[in-house]
Design a protein around this ligand. Structure first.
Ligand SMILES: NC(=O)c1ccc[n+]([C@@H]2O[C@H](COP(=O)([O-])OP(=O)(O)OC[C@H]3O[C@@H](n4cnc5c(N)ncnc54)[C@H](O)[C@@H]3O)[C@@H](O)[C@H]2O)c1
Length: 452
């Protein structure tokens, strides 16, 4: 927990002025009278806003999408992990409201920035959302305010980009306002770990920034981990996601090697995982998906290139992971060959299109790549996903079909996402042949199952 009696260093300005500003904010935080703002109400921002509102703060969410703001103000949640009833209760208790109007920031004490950070086609960071959010905040930045960037980004963003933009207001960081970076680690669909009980790393531009940032999170979250700078906090997130991406790359390469050698990779991993130290199981799959693992490591490789270091592990894992949709299509072709059917003109049914099980998010989903490749080779592609009622693939708008009917009608079924609600016994019975990219059919053994 935070040391409430830390001595503050002055940053070339009179101690009393800084002290008074920070004391005022500190009082508002511990008495829950601080007015909290969250910019960007998506998978990250909405759960954060709900957590602080639930902890007793008055929270204002700011988003550029009028449709999202309108839905939230009617108590209608579009984020799967946040029930509409929770939003509706907070709205009724006047603990939460949403707006598209950035001028509300003049009346807020804190603002967390949770906007998207995608990659451009060239795999360079797209900072446009952060820049636009900061422009909106800078206009209304005022003395005594805490600003925290949560969007995943390259090390140096908070210091080089956000700080520069905010100080154009004439206010000085560490004295007039406070600026931190705190990586978001939320894992949509994870019922054990959610915003409240995932430890929160936070690093500030100055020591005072870190302390007030840590105090802020300590009001609503179970554990706060202060670090010495914004750059360290930014790098923590990139280490975590790069670690996953590279290990998934390794195990995907293992899967392709095992396939060539006729070894069951899933059995290998399961047996290796019995080692009680020095090994952590990762699993192969149809390719990387989601808004984080396929993207964040390239923020790091982009930045490290500027520092004169090639991120070779990242590039290599990116290449191997990028091969997986092609590998899956080869498996489909092999499975159809066994039935003496060409891929062109065959009906291929995809089970699960979200990027991971039991969620509705299709961003960067490998299912999209697999479907694109299959369509390009002339296959007639359909899909079922209980979480995704319709899906755009290339130029076609597809609708989720009945699992039983579509499996029975298909020449080949491909399990891309292993949702818990699928009836796997029925799927095995109804399908002519099945390519299983997730080992969802581990319990079944029959000739028509082709494993990764
Ligand atoms: N989704 C995850 O599981 C996850 C996990 C950890 C970290 N992150 C990171 O968190 C950040 C946000 O991701 P997300 O999944 O919540 O994205 P999202 O697309 O679900 O939500 C972002 C929201 O920001 C809004 N927005 C865009 N520009 C804006 C602006 N200028 N002002 C105000 N609102 C604006 C969008 O309308 C959208 O509602 C990204 O950097 C992402 O990498 C995401």
């Amino acid at each position: 927990m935070l040391n409430m009696h830390t001595e503050y260093q002055t940053i070339g300005k009179p101690f009393e002025l800084r002290g008074a500003t920070i004391e005022e904010l500190r009082k508002k935080l511990v008495t829950r009278t601080a007015k909290v703002g969250v910019v960007g109400l998506g998978y990250v921002g909405l759960p954060l806003a709900v957590e602080f509102a639930g902890a007793g703060f008055r929270v204002t969410g700011i988003d550029v999408q009028e449709s999202k703001v309108g839905r939230l103000n009617l108590g209608d949640s579009y984020v799967q992990d946040i029930p509409s009833s929770t939003v509706a209760d907070l709205i009724n208790q006047h603990k939460f409201c949403a707006t598209t109007d950035f001028s509300v920031i003049s009346s807020l004490d804190t603002v967390n920035i949770c906007v998207p950070t995608p990659l451009r086609k060239t795999k360079d960071p797209d900072m446009s959302y952060i820049v636009s959010a900061c422009e909106g905040i800078a206009k209304h930045l005022h003395r005594g305010m805490l600003v925290i960037l949560e969007s995943t980004t390259y090390p140096g963003t908070t210091d080089e980009l956000v700080l520069t933009m905010l100080e154009q207001s004439g206010l000085k960081v560490g004295r007039d306002f406070f600026l931190c970076f705190s990586p978001e680690r939320v894992d949509p669909g994870n019922t054990n770990y959610q915003t409240r009980n995932i430890p929160k790393v936070v690093g500030g531009i100055t020591q005072a920034c870190t302390e007030i940032g840590a105090l802020f999170y300590a009001q609503a979250l179970e554990r706060v981990v202060p670090v010495s700078s914004t750059q360290v906090a930014e790098m923590v997130k990139l280490l975590e996601n790069t670690f996953r991406m590279i290990n998934i790359g390794l195990v995907n390469e293992m899967a392709m090697m095992c396939d060539r050698m006729g070894i069951n990779v899933w059995e290998v991993i399961e047996a290796a995982a019995t080692k009680p130290f020095g090994f952590m199981p990762f699993y192969p799959g149809p390719g990387l998906g989601g808004h984080c693992i396929p993207i964040d490591p390239f923020y790091l490789s982009w930045k490290s290139k500027q520092a004169g270091i090639e991120a070779r592990f990242i590039e290599l894992a990116g290449y191997v992971n990028g091969q997986m949709p092609h590998f899956v299509v080869t498996k489909v072709q092999d499975a159809l060959n066994e039935l003496a059917k060409p891929l062109k003109g065959s009906r291929v049914h995809i089970l699960g299109v979200a990027y991971k099980k039991d969620i509705d998010d299709c961003r960067e989903s490998p299912a999209l790549d697999i479907m694109h490749l299959l369509i390009a080779r002339g296959a007639l592609v359909t899909y079922s996903d209980p979480f995704v009622p319709n899906l755009r693939v290339d130029d076609s708008q597809l609708i989720s079909e009945s699992v039983a009917l579509a499996c029975a009608a298909a020449d080949c079924v491909v399990i891309v996402t292993d949702h818990s609600t699928f009836d796997y016994a029925a799927i095995v019975e109804q399908s002519a042949t099945i390519v299983d990219t997730r080992n969802a059919l581990k319990q079944f053994s029959c000739g028509k199952i082709v494993r990764l």
